[in-house]
Ligand binder design. Structure first.
Ligand SMILES: O=C(O)c1ccc(O)c(O)c1
Ligand SMILES: [Mg+2]
Length: 629
């Protein structure tokens, strides 16, 4: 199967687009006429430049307002088409997309359209060119692929085929099963795009809000399953008109597209194994079974401050790395590694960002499969020289300069703590009831949210929630959850649009660091709060007003309210399932810990409390500055 992407999907001038598309691994491009016309160089040169990047031109597009015109416009349209055929000959491509007419003078008529296409097909045949006819969702008379197919069928010409574009079909709510009765060899080309479910004008939606398959809400997989069932064997191409993508990093968008396309086609293959997809086999989405460790980069005094803070939280220094300046802090199933090395990945992270989480270790079904799937989806494996007696733990470069390690039991990698660390002999007496990582919260710029969501949902067996707005006194932060089906791994992705929000300031001050807070679980939040207080822990203070409001929203006993009030514990309940949480004060430029007690059946994150938490953090920041910063 040839993978392809329309040049319109990527930002930059044509050479930059080609660079980015080639680097991401596609086989070809749809050249958007605009990209060719704005380029300073003739068609033969452009064709050469594309082929020099190892790419082929899978499609030339679009050719507009062709069919059903009255004379003399009809003849003019035929002349116009032939000039495009000349350009195509020089570019070196043999397929052109004709989108259904929006011309006010277009007469309509299925047979008239079929006759026009057949007549142009006759001319195209002399040049070895194939015409692909696409129903734009807003076409004047033809706006449904079933009508476009009827036109192509009646044109009955070997050089005239149908172009299917998932946006136009799914955007109009046309059932994908209607594709299954179209012969695969009459489908000239297939374009894919997803889009968020927003109720708006079709043209506007299409030109500004398309996104990569899996990033939106359309059933692109169902569409593609239907296409593959026809026996279609041509290129599968992304055609993404998106305002944000047009203005962002070309390479990153191209890579996201490639990731989405490979993951989609793999899903198609797995859902209907009867219809082959000609792509190398890749491991299935990997089960993510939780956070195995979190690694902080911190040196010198900052490392001491962080260690002292971990001790306050009831962690004990359980081990020292055999060869490196790395400490393992542990409490039950929470492992926090403090890496003070002056070389390697952690040192780079420290130099760039100061104290930060530079590495996330995930517990997965199979570490090898995770890296194999991640590589097939375009992630680079991460490698660092291993010292004597060290395990080679599979890892990849995540997004935004992060590293992600994968630990599994099957390959014995979960022995790393015994193998690489020398026990310090500290006992477990200090523990404060923290059992495991409940969730991680990663902060990013709003623009990067689709990327991160796609990263998690294509690599792991994780699903995404819908996006919600979190109100910060100084702006909106968008929040999206990605989580494994059993809740073993939960990550909230928070997208900041301005630097004035708490999340935005964290990003700005830490140069794009990602994990802003870590939520640790306890089964007895009052006991934990007491144990922490005894160790000198200071919770984020929550104002009286919050508790007065809580009393009006929930039926809580006065005693419970007063215990929550004195421990600064926030409360939420959904359908009888309860969630209690409190926060540490900020450290290291805006990071913080959260302690949660998740009642059975509660699947949220205390979202209704987020604005109060943020306001409290901001208030404290203004009055006292950030402790440990
Ligand atoms: O928005 C458009 O005009 C347009 C053009 C060509 C396409 O293939 C398409 O899907 C949309
Ligand atoms: Mg299209």
């Amino acid at each position: 199967m040839k993978t392809s992407i329309a040049t319109v999907s990527i930002s930059g001038a044509l050479p930059e687009k080609l660079e980015a598309i080639a680097a991401a691994g596609y086989d070809g491009i749809e050249i958007f006429e605009q990209d060719f016309i704005t380029h300073d160089g003739g068609p033969a040169e452009v064709g050469r430049m594309i082929r020099d990047h190892g790419l082929e031109i899978t499609l030339f597009q679009p050719f507009r307002d062709f069919e059903c015109l009255p004379e003399p416009m009809r003849s003019k349209a035929f002349e116009r088409a032939q000039r495009k055929f000349d350009v195509m000959g020089e570019l070196g491509t043999d397929r052109i997309l004709i989108c259904s007419s929006v011309h006010p003078r277009s007469l309509g008529g299925i047979d008239r359209a079929a006759d026009d296409l057949a007549a142009l097909g006759e001319i195209a045949a002399t040049r070895g060119i194939t015409l692909g006819y696409e129903a734009l969702a807003w076409g004047r008379h033809v706006n449904d692929h079933r009508d476009a197919w009827e036109i192509v069928r009646r044109a009955s010409h070997p050089n005239v085929g149908l172009v299917l574009d998932s946006f136009h079909s799914l955007g109009r709510g046309i059932a994908s099963d209607s594709i299954r009765s179209i012969p695969g060899d009459k489908i000239a080309f297939v374009q894919l795009a997803d889009a968020p479910a927003i109720d708006m004008d079709l043209l506007y939606w299409s030109r500004h809000f398309r996104n990569m398959p899996g990033e939106g809400d359309l059933d692109v997989q169902g569409f593609m399953q239907a296409v593959m069932a026809t026996g279609y064997a041509g290129p599968v191409s992304l055609e993404i008109f998106n305002d944000q993508f047009r203005g962002s990093n070309a390479r990153a968008v191209a890579k996201d597209g490639y990731r989405s396309l490979i993951a989609l086609m793999d899903d198609v293959r797995r859902s209907e194994p009867e219809t082959p997809v000609d792509l190398p086999a890749i491991p299935a989405r990997v089960p993510a079974n939780g956070v195995s460790f979190l690694e902080f980069a911190a040196q010198g005094e900052a490392a001491e401050d962080l260690s002292a803070f971990l001790a306050t939280l009831g962690f004990r220094r359980a081990g020292r790395h055999r060869n490196k300046q790395i400490d393992l802090w542990q409490q039950n199933d929470v492992r926090i590694v403090v890496n003070s090395e002056t070389e390697g990945h952690a040192a780079h992270a420290w130099n760039a960002r100061g104290t930060c989480i530079c590495d996330i270790g995930l517990r997965v079904g199979s570490a090898q499969d995770t890296v194999a799937r991640a590589s097939a989806l375009g992630s680079a494996p991460f490698e660092q020289p291993t010292g004597p007696g060290e395990l080679n733990i599979p890892a990849i470069h995540g997004l935004g300069g992060s590293v992600m390690h994968f630990i599994d039991a099957a390959s014995g990698l979960d022995r790393v703590w015994d193998v690489e660390f020398v026990p310090t002999g500290h006992d477990a007496a200090a523990q404060t009831g923290l059992t495991h990582v409940d969730h991680l919260a990663q902060t990013m710029s709003y623009e990067d949210m689709l990327s991160w969501t796609l990263f998690y949902t294509t690599l792991f067996d994780m699903r995404k929630s819908s996006m919600v707005d979190v109100i910060d006194p100084d702006g909106i932060v968008r929040s999206q959850v990605v989580e494994s089906r059993d809740g073993a791994l939960r990550i909230t992705l928070n997208g900041a649009e301005t630097h004035r929000t708490l999340a935005g300031r964290f990003l700005a001050e830490n140069f794009g660091a990602s994990v802003q807070h870590v939520a640790l679980a306890t089964e007895d939040i009052f006991g934990t709060a007491e144990a922490l207080a005894a160790r000198g822990f200071e919770a984020l203070p929550i104002p009286e007003n919050y508790y007065d409001d809580l009393a009006s929203r929930f039926d809580l006993s006065a005693e419970l309210l007063s215990r929550m009030r004195s421990a600064n514990i926030l409360y939420d309940s959904v359908d009888g399932s309860e969630f209690l949480q409190f926060y540490s004060r900020s450290f290291a430029g805006g990071m913080f810990f959260e302690i949660v007690q998740r009642g059975p059946g509660y699947t949220g994150f205390g979202g209704p409390n987020a604005p109060f938490r943020i306001a409290a953090q901001k208030r404290l920041g203004r009055h006292k500055g950030m402790p440990l910063a």
